[in-house]
Design a protein around this ligand. Sequence first.
Ligand code: DX5
Ligand code: ZN
Length: 254
Amino acid sequence: MPAIKIAPSLLAADFSRIKDEIQKVEAGGADMLHLDVMDGHFVPNLTIGPVVVEWVRKVTKLPLDCHLMIMEPEKYVGAFADAGADGVTFHAEAVAMDYARKWKALSGSGVAAAGGYAMTLVCKQLYDLKRVDAAVGKLRSKGKRVGVAVNPDTDAESVLELLPKVDMILAMTVWPGFGGQKFIESVVPKVRRLREKSASVDIEVDGGLDPTTVKAAAAAGANVIVAGTATFRSDDIPGVIRSLRENAEKARSS
Ligand code: DX5
Ligand code: ZN
């Protein structure tokens, strides 16, 4: 199984001191840096674009793991690759046929204050495979790693056909759009199913991960652990990164 990697999510950092924040997690033992890109359409929030990725690239040696929560990712993946991303992940729901998706209200999702919507799937004949291939092809031509993300209620079966095309599947463990939400335990069986289907693919989990919730995710086969609030908001970043790694490693071997 691929090694455990800890990926602090910049979303929880103090953006007025972004260089110091990044260097703190790098010195604290992070394996990669997770960058959340939101467009206000796929999810009800806006964050950063390629110009920020380009400047982040200059202040760290950590691999940059860009998570695109945007519509029409095939139009933008090249810009993130050129800005210095090492891997780019786009959502399966964002390249689905229009008839296969709808907006899902997020109220009750754990972000009481946020409300809003995220794209979700309503049937399994989902992808416009041409769009998947366009995004994958652009990234491969630039030598980048490719990931496909799935929202909490998109099942494993829907993305099994994409496994041979990608390096990583990201199983969202919260509804995308905001940091600081509660880990959705019901995603764990999906992680287990994906790991049964591939021993080699990276399986990333994102949302609500901390030294406790990481145990269930890693025991099911997740190996790339995104953590925003738990890392950047801690007074002991090296300690939290160490606990995330140790607890994940213990959980997968027990
Ligand atoms: C949510 C983002 C996450 C977020 C995780 O849409 O994809 O990467 O930053 O934040 P925490 O670790 O605070 O749940
Ligand atoms: Zn993310």
